[in-house]
Design a protein around this ligand. Structure first.
Ligand SMILES: Cc1cc2nc3c(=O)[nH]c(=O)nc-3n(C[C@H](O)[C@H](O)[C@H](O)COP(=O)(O)OP(=O)(O)OC[C@H]3O[C@@H](n4cnc5c(N)ncnc54)[C@H](O)[C@@H]3O)c2cc1C
Length: 507
């Protein structure tokens, strides 16, 4: 089933308790701080029905047509199709939205890969995983991610402080478990369900813990409260802050005040080993959609900076071209990582097609770790006027309009109104509250930078360099302990061995 935008809007009108800016929200679908994103999410549903876009936005697998974002990837072609669909959405809405479902649903596929290991730890919840993956396909919910608790004092065990600082089980009933605590979740106030699980935790020697619990949370469940950070939309005029007013993805502190989680929604419970297993592979698929958003952001930075230097004639200067080239190198590096991650895709334990893990996670570090520098280069290229330019109202006021018309008209191509619009766009991309928030989002929303690096550490093929240096330095086999390595054992070498003309001939 593929829902319509109207069905999605109706689904979040379930009596949920949403608060923003000191106000209790009556209807999250129409409240001005949420409406822009709700409308975009609704449009994504509708694009799957629209004859102009439905072929790009849907896929038919096993006789069933599903939203492409929800569909499990089996082949490289499936990843190209997902990439194309995401680009189609971002181009259609004219900006970047990340937490709209396709970027988080991949966490569920990681669960499928871990199903056997989870069943070995505790078999009772294994069927729930398959059931929920099928449900995502059939019911087309808006799915988000819940990991991060307020945590409190990290030097203390949760039991030694307010125990609710980390989400935990307080009671078991025939119907399910009762949980208490809180989680930070982007988009939860206007989504349908969240894969809720512990954040990166130090479990010590504990094999069992009430804090090691993972489940699908129905975001309409009684006992949930959504306390949102104040939205950027409507704070200032849309023409002065065009991105803040259209693309703000409101983050929420979701309070679990003794919430019943039905047994059929529980995915693992009490086993710390299960919680650790899930964390280690969580972003195996979803990092792709996340990095793809950075690529779009790179294009926005380049476009804003290049228009600006072209307007002012600065693009003829060699040092300015070098700065543009730095942006292009970053952009193309992300493109290369995403492309190669598909081309060198790997078969997952459950038989799905994973983007090449080492390349994907390295690409995520590149995307998130260099974003601040790239924003700064774009800021540099745009010059001080993005911070200094008066708002649109001053361009229209009869006393000030002639002066602004005079000083913001550059030549025949670039009149004052276009220059004002470009500077307003660049300000919202680089300097505004929204711009700073997006930088933080890229830094933290798929875990913090140290966790990105630890994913690289876990997935890079260290054997290749070890083997190379062992042979090049003439070291004995003893240095590798019990391991024997074949030179060129990395996935790239394997690909060259089979896919290049030489390799094909040799096959
Ligand atoms: C805009 C935004 C959106 C978000 N959306 C979501 C969401 O949708 N769902 C969700 O679950 N979470 C979300 N988060 C939360 C995010 O996952 C957390 O901020 C992140 O995991 C870091 O946790 P923390 O904020 O508690 O930082 P802390 O745990 O306090 O860590 C702060 C810093 O301390 C250092 N540090 C801490 N522990 C270690 C360690 N073990 N090793 C090395 N260094 C360490 C690091 O420098 C780290 O960045 C979002 C965050 C932001 C900013």
């Amino acid at each position: 089933m593929i829902r319509t935008g109207t069905e999605y809007r109706d689904s979040i009108r379930d009596g949920r308790e949403v608060y923003v800016n000191g106000e209790k929200v009556r209807d999250v679908a129409t409240h001005p701080m949420f409406k822009p994103l709700v409308d975009i999410r609704a449009r994504i549903h509708d694009m799957a029905h629209d004859p102009a876009t439905r072929d790009v936005m849907t896929v038919t697998q096993n006789g069933q047509t599903n939203a492409i974002g929800n569909a499990l990837p089996y082949t490289q072609a499936d990843w190209w199709a997902k990439r194309r669909a995401t680009d189609t959405v971002l181009d259609a809405v004219g900006g970047i939205v990340t937490r709209v479902g396709d970027e988080t649903v991949g966490e569920m596929w990681s669960l499928l890969d871990g199903a056997e290991a989870l069943a070995a730890i505790d078999p009772q919840f294994a069927p729930n995983i398959k059931a929920h993956i099928a449900k995502v396909l059939q019911a087309d919910p808006f799915h988000v991610s819940a990991n991060t608790d307020p945590k409190g004092d990290r030097s203390k065990a949760p039991q030694d402080q307010d125990p609710d600082m980390l989400l935990h089980v307080v009671k078991e009933t025939d119907a399910g478990i009762i949980v208490r605590g809180a989680k930070y979740e982007t988009a939860a106030a206007y989504a349908n369900q969240a894969f809720t699980k512990p954040t990166i935790a130090n479990w010590g020697d504990a094999a069992l813990s009430d804090y090691a619990v993972g489940f699908i949370c129905d975001l309409g469940a009684p006992g949930l409260k959504f306390i949102c950070r104040t939205g950027f939309a409507t704070r200032a005029q849309a023409e002065d802050y065009p991105l803040s007013n259209r693309f703000d993805e409101v983050d929420t502190l979701v309070i679990f005040d003794n919430v019943l989680i039905p047994w059929e929604n529980v995915l693992f419970y009490r086993h710390t080993q299960a919680a650790m297993h899930i964390r280690a592979t969580l972003h195996r698929y979803s990092a792709f959609a996340f990095v793809q958003r950075s690529l779009k952001l790179a294009d926005m930075l380049i476009g804003a900076a290049l228009f600006n230097v072209r307007q002012t004639g600065l693009d003829k200067l060699q040092p300015v071209q070098e700065k543009l080239a730095q942006l292009a190198v970053w952009r193309e590096s992300l493109n290369a990582h995403l492309t190669a991650a598909i081309v060198l895709g790997e078969r997952s334990p459950a038989g799905l097609m994973m983007p090449n893990q080492s390349l994907l996670y390295a690409g995520r570090v590149l995307a998130c770790g260099q974003l601040h520098e790239m924003m700064h280069i774009a800021r540099d290229l745009c010059g001080g006027q993005i911070s200094l330019t008066p708002d649109a109202a001053s361009f229209r006021h009869p006393d000030t309009a002639p002066w602004l018309e005079k000083y913001y008209t550059i030549n025949d191509e670039w009149g004052a109104e276009d220059r004002r619009k470009l500077l307003a766009f660049a300000r919202d991309l680089l300097n505004s509250d929204y711009a700073g928030h997006r930088l933080s989002f890229q830094m933290f929303a798929q875990s913090p930078p140290f966790a990105h690096l630890s994913a690289v550490y876990r997935n890079f093929d260290w054997d290749g360099p070890l083997s190379l240096v062992k042979d090049a330095a003439g070291l004995s086999d003893r240095v590798l302990g019990a391991k024997t390595l074949t030179p060129g054992d990395s996935s790239l070498s394997k690909w060259f061995a089979t896919e290049t003309p030489k390799g094909k001939a040799a096959k």
